[in-house]
Write a protein that binds this ligand. Structure first.
Ligand SMILES: [Fe+2]
Length: 162
């Protein structure tokens, strides 16, 4: 079966720790997709998909913290804006989780798809800007990648998870 999110090598930033975390997040999104697809009799906060969503929120929070730490170490001037993007997504995830707990919202495939688009868009645009900065300012070798990749994906920009 075709994976829900098939990670592409040309999405790698050339920053090993962050790339590994992005891949792990993509795998978790795929496992949530499998869980949502399998359905089951449980729903809301007792469902397997919901438990995995909690894992995703936790893993995302740790990843953002690590990523911002690397940015701070590198003296990245875009850190403030980048942090705001992270904070917005974390707030949306928290909202989603609260609404599921309160029974006022379902965790649907549409929501998961919006999360996937957010991740791809963020990596290909905002995280890529940081990787480019690193390459320019530290001379670090970054994986050579076609410039077309970010253009290709720009059509998924500005998705909200709502
Ligand atoms: Fe980021």
């Amino acid at each position: 079966m075709k994976p829900f999110l098939r990670w592409r090598d040309d999405w790698l930033l050339g920053l090993d720790e962050l790339d590994a975390q992005h891949l792990a997040l993509a795998e978790l999104l795929n496992s949530i997709h499998d869980s949502l697809s399998a359905g089951g009799t449980e729903s809301g906060f007792s469902s397997d998909a919901y438990r995995r969503l909690l894992d995703l929120a936790e893993m995302t929070r740790e990843h953002f913290r690590d990523e911002e730490h690397v940015m701070r170490d590198q003296g990245y001037p875009g850190l403030g804006d980048h942090h705001r993007e992270h904070a917005l997504l974390l707030a949306e995830l928290q909202d989603l989780i609260r609404h599921i707990e309160e029974g006022t919202r379902e965790f649907t495939m549409q929501t998961l798809t919006a999360l996937k688009h957010w991740q791809i868009d963020h990596v290909l645009n905002s995280d890529r800007e940081f990787a480019d900065y690193c390459r320019r300012h530290t001379g670090a070798e970054s994986a050579a990648r076609p410039a077309s990749a970010s253009r290709q994906i720009s059509s998924v920009s500005h998705h909200s998870i709502h």
